[in-house]
Design a binder for this molecule. Structure first.
Ligand code: FES
Ligand code: FES
Length: 171
């Protein structure tokens, strides 16, 4: 298992990050994983940690608009790039279309996996991709849910893709 962020204090450096549109500085070892730094240093606990191995997708965030598993990215690799977490998708109190679609379709049960699904789908919507149901299922291959059976999640994302959006995620 990867060494825990809090055990990596030795060698910590001040690192500049841009997260949800804000320039911030964190104190972390360069090889700390981004997910730990987001959660422990910045309090952005909407990003969840499941497997810590790149398999479950619960830690998905956008880096320069691309969905990545933040449990695998060293924080130093994110320095100077635009990081968007689930907290950064809402704008002026308005839910992102994918968040709204998940709400409309009651696509959450325990909710643990949901930020990862929403962030991954936000990339799809931002790219203007209009996916059919089968393509949505394929696009979700990197995200796991233990609760919902996926039907309502797929419904929500198909809906969100159909709506599209001309909004950009925070940068
Ligand atoms: S915690 Fe990152 S993919 Fe599972
Ligand atoms: S809603 Fe519980 S793991 Fe997905």
């Amino acid at each position: 298992m990867a060494q825990d962020h809090r055990e990596q204090r030795n060698g910590a450096e001040r690192l500049p990050l841009r997260v949800n549109g804000d320039d911030v500085e964190v104190e972390a070892a360069p090889m700390s994983v981004l997910a730990d730094v987001l959660r422990d240093e910045l309090g952005l606990t909407g990003t969840k940690l499941g497997c810590r191995a790149g398999d479950c997708g619960s830690c998905t965030v956008l880096v320069d608009g691309v969905a990545i598993t933040s449990c695998l990215m060293p924080v130093a690799q994110a320095a100077g790039r635009d990081v968007t977490t689930i907290e950064g998708l809402e704008t002026d109190g308005e839910l992102h279309p994918v968040q709204q679609a998940f709400s409309d379709h009651n696509a959450s049960q325990c909710g643990y996996c949901i930020p990862g699904f929403i962030v991954a789908a936000a990339e799809t919507v931002a790219n203007g991709e209009v996916l059919d149901r089968e393509q949505v299922v394929q696009s979700l291959s990197g995200n796991l849910c233990r609760c919902t059976g996926y039907e309502s999640i797929v419904d929500a994302i198909v809906d969100a893709c159909g709506h599209g959006t001309d909004r950009e995620v925070a940068s």
